[in-house]
Design a protein around this ligand. Structure first.
Ligand code: SF4
Length: 298
């Protein structure tokens, strides 16, 4: 008999509760990150009717399926180009890309760097679970050196992408990293990023006990959370170069980049060009009232 879900959580109003239970494994971090996202949206006082969430494929890619707002579940690696088109057509909306590391910086890596270079006005929530979880735990561009995956049974030989450095070097105007343990700070960071414009990236290190943790001596979700508790250090405005995840070294989390002055988005440039040719016949519906609600607690 199907389980019945009634209003039992303060943020159920943002969810399609009839789609529950969700597909994520017991102990997975994606649910906490989704809750932090909804909390961040609330803290930012953003109207959910003004938010569009886009994902690609993967465990995190399933997030939009549970959200009771405008959402798009697109093809693998293509969430960003889809969101770019959406934002160009609707500059008045908050367009959020909510997807995983495999989708955004491995298969879709090229789109990620070019959207940062162009300064497309997107908020990217990148959930990093260090592997391709949904397809069984293959190595990806974020898998730490030496980690065991199904395709690196003797340890990963490659160096992982340092996502904050990659995003900052490519031109992102807001770059932060949190974990599925630091949900309060993550929510504030999301709230803050809602009130910025341009290409904004928040990497969230998540726990994936099923395909990553159990092959790397962290078989339960709580084991990976303990790893974050014991190995993460909050250091705002650290040099993103130092954010590389290296076994045996502290993981730097916090806000790395926050540029607010002189930021011009690709969409502003594009719509200003349109206005140059069409004059006042066209009204540009940009987002209004950008502000920072509060500092992230330290
Ligand atoms: Fe979460 Fe990993 Fe399971 Fe995917 S495979 S739902 S990331 S625990």
């Amino acid at each position: 008999m199907p389980m019945e879900f009634v209003d039992h959580h303060i943020r159920d109003k943002y969810l399609k509760v009839d789609r529950l239970p969700h597909i994520w494994c017991p102990g997975c971090g994606i649910g906490s990150i989704l809750n932090a996202f909804l909390l961040g949206m609330e803290k930012a006082e953003v109207d959910p009717d003004q938010v569009i969430v886009v994902s690609g494929i993967g465990c995190t890619g399933r997030v939009p399926g549970y959200l009771n707002m405008d959402t798009f579940h697109t093809t693998h690696g293509r969430a960003i180009p889809f969101a770019v088109g959406l934002k160009l057509a609707r500059p008045d909306m908050h367009v959020v890309v909510f997807s995983g590391d495999g989708d955004l910086v491995t298969i879709g890596g090229n789109h990620f760097i070019h959207a940062a270079r162009r300064n497309n006005d997107l908020l990217v929530i990148l959930v990093n679970n260090f592997n391709y979880g949904m397809t069984g735990g293959q190595v990806g561009a974020t898998t730490p050196t030496g980690a065991i995956t199904t395709t690196t049974p003797y340890g990963n030989l490659e160096r992982p992408f340092n996502i904050p450095y990659l995003a900052a070097a490519a031109g992102a105007v807001y770059v932060a990293r949190w974990t599925s343990l630091h949900v309060r700070r993550l929510a504030w960071s999301i709230a803050e990023a809602f009130h910025r414009k341009g290409f904004r990236v928040i990497e969230v290190l998540s726990q994936c006990p099923t395909t990553f943790g159990r092959r790397n001596k962290m078989p339960e979700g709580i084991d990976m959370l303990r790893w974050y508790r014991d190995n993460c250090v909050i250091q705002h405005y650290a040099d993103p170069k130092d954010a590389e995840i290296v076994p045996g070294r502290k993981i730097i989390i916090g806000k790395f980049i926050d540029i607010t002055d002189g930021v011009e988005t690709f969409e502003e440039k594009a719509w200003n060009l349109v206005r140059k040719f069409l004059g006042d016949r066209i009204e540009i519906p940009f987002r209004k009232g950008l502000r920072c609600p509060k500092e992230i607690p330290g």
